[in-house]
Design a binder for this molecule. Structure first.
Ligand code: GTP
Ligand code: MG
Length: 204
């Protein structure tokens, strides 16, 4: 997919403030510091479109970016990071749950997981919650530049195995690095496909 335009539209503290639209949108969710905002910048080839930071808890609101005038990317606060204060964590969770339970044009949630780690309880629990609420999701493994291909293989397999205990089939998996731009074409190609399917479903 060619990106012609990527514009920040607004930050919202609750679902009621989110843009009123029937355009399809794709949400980026995952633990704080996993690389959600960095990945959005990498996909859009823009350095500072979404704000990033080495300190977890940088993204504090629901951020909408309009892409090619035809779909939205949504950068969300992270969950489950011990160094983020309890109050912030609770407020982020409320925002996240409300968003996913009520946002009708949300087509796919990308759940980002750090490829360096063995499966984490907070990620697996969040995926189960999405499943229970009928929210479609795919998985993006991040920070591939930080581990060897054999380590990646090991962590990949561990995730597949763990998930197959809960699910009959696996969701789509994407493998990315924001610093080396790995996985950009694959992820954008998947979004393009989902946008097309959504548009066709709206025409019926
Ligand atoms: P919150 O907004 O706090 O929830 O975090 P986030 O998930 O948006 O993470 P963010 O994109 O701000 O990145 C967190 C840190 O990880 C920053 O220091 C980034 O530079 C770094 N980072 C993100 N992606 C990558 C990557 O692919 N490779 C490497 N090496 N570092 C990355
Ligand atoms: Mg962020």
């Amino acid at each position: 997919m060619i990106i012609h335009s990527a514009d920040f539209e607004k930050s919202s503290s609750k679902i009621k403030e989110c843009p009123e639209t029937t355009l399809p949108e794709f949400a980026f969710i995952g633990r704080s510091n996993v690389g959600k905002s960095s990945l959005i910048n990498m996909l859009m080839q823009r350095k500072d479109l979404a704000k990033t930071s080495g300190a977890p808890g940088k993204t504090r609101l629901i951020n909408h970016f309009k892409i090619n005038e035809s779909w939205y990317l949504v950068d969300l606060p992270g969950y489950g990071y011990a160094k983020v204060s309890k109050t912030d964590r609770a407020s982020f969770m409320k925002m996240i749950y409300d968003y996913f339970e009520n946002r009708d044009n949300m087509v796919n949630a990308f759940v980002l997981i750090d490829s360096r780690h063995a499966p984490l309880k907070s990620d697996l629990e969040f995926m189960v919650w999405l499943g229970e609420h009928g929210i479609p999701f795919s998985i993006i493994m991040t920070k591939l530049d930080k581990l060897s291909s054999s380590e990646l293989m090991k962590n990949k397999e561990a995730y597949h195995k763990k998930m197959l205990l809960e699910w009959e089939t696996l969701p789509p998996f994407f493998y990315t690095s924001s610093s080396s731009r790995v996985g950009r074409e694959e992820t954008l190609g998947y979004i393009e496909h989902c946008v097309k399917v959504y548009q066709e479903s709206q025409m019926i």
